[in-house]
Write a protein that binds this ligand. Structure first.
Ligand SMILES: [Zn+2]
Length: 316
């Protein structure tokens, strides 16, 4: 369930490997934000796993020697060709792959090499890779990923079996976003973005929520400092997001308590403040319970909660 839109292709290619008909050079293409690199890494672990090799598992077992080495990034028959600081994939990196591919497998299984975003290869790099792509040798697999496969040299492309990652289904996406802790209320608006690029959309949704929370808490601060009235603050009310907003209020209460306790020295004052806050927490909980009952005017409940908060927190 990590990236549900990748499951079908991972299964397909792992099965091809088990049936000894997996092509030695794979090009995985999809727009940016489809987790292609993670896909290639997961597939590599599958191909290297001893259980998968012996047809005793459909995906990497996580238990065998090979899986252990892989997970500790110490697998001798695996190489991820990457330099995060460089814009291009230079020929030195590709030569490392070429040299490694000429060695025998140390664990006696498959050997797997990954070149993420392979369109970043320089011409010299691409040429250095050509011969290896032509005849890598038995049980050696090279997985290239790309968001722009059209930029690849035709000589490279013609030596690869190309697979496009299919966009996710709506149900897969809702589950996935929920698991990522994101429940967009306006899913129909978010969906086109998500389908075009799930990972970028997740950032977008999270970011949007953070912005909303920030704005909400800034207004709450203005309420406590007397810059705005409770009625003005209640304008923040959003029927679709109100339970989220109440959580933010609880968070703000906690932060307020902490800051007060830091500045207060008198023990009795601290006790009074704690009592006030615990009373307000209870009021938020009550407010939530009332809102869950049908026929209640949520906006009214929210407004009266806000004025009680202001009264309690501002008076002393
Ligand atoms: Zn394994």
């Amino acid at each position: 369930m990590k990236y549900p839109w990748l499951n079908a292709l991972t299964t397909l290619l792992t099965e091809q490997y088990q049936q000894a008909r997996l092509h030695h050079g794979l090009l995985i293409s999809a727009p940016a934000g489809f987790a292609k690199r993670a896909f290639a890494v997961d597939l590599a672990q599958n191909l290297l796993c001893e259980q998968v090799k012996q047809n005793q598992a459909k995906s990497a077992c996580g238990q065998c020697k090979s899986c252990h080495l892989f997970m500790t990034q110490a697998h001798p028959d695996y190489l991820l060709v990457e330099d995060e600081n460089a814009k291009t994939i230079g020929v030195d990196l590709i030569r490392r792959l070429v040299v490694k591919s000429q060695q025998k497998a140390q664990l006696g299984g498959a050997q797997v090499y990954i070149v993420p975003d392979c369109e970043r290869m320089t011409e010299a790099s691409a040429n250095a890779l050509l011969k290896t792509l032509e005849e890598p040798g038995l049980q050696k697999f090279i997985i290239l990923t790309s968001s722009h496969p059209s930029r690849l040299l035709p000589t490279i492309k013609s030596r690869l079996q190309q697979y496009k990652v299919s966009p996710p289904q709506v149900s897969e996406l809702t589950d996935w976003l929920n698991q990522a802790g994101v429940e967009p209320t306006n899913f129909s608006q978010v969906y086109p973005k998500v389908i075009a690029s799930p990972l970028l959309a997740l950032d977008y949704v999270k970011n949007e929520k953070q912005q909303a929370q920030k704005a909400f808490l800034a207004e709450f601060k203005a309420l406590l400092s007397g810059k705005i009235t409770a009625v003005q603050f209640a304008q923040q009310f959003n029927e679709d997001e109100v339970f989220q907003q109440l959580e933010w209020l609880e968070f703000a209460l906690g932060a307020w308590l902490e800051s007060k306790l830091k500045s207060q020295v008198e023990k009795t004052d601290a006790a009074v403040i704690r009592l006030k806050i615990s009373d307000l927490y209870q009021q938020v909980t009550q407010c939530k319970q009332l809102m869950l009952q049908s026929g209640m005017n949520k906006k009214l409940l929210f407004s009266s909660l806000c004025s009680r908060m202001r009264q309690t927190l501002v008076s002393g």
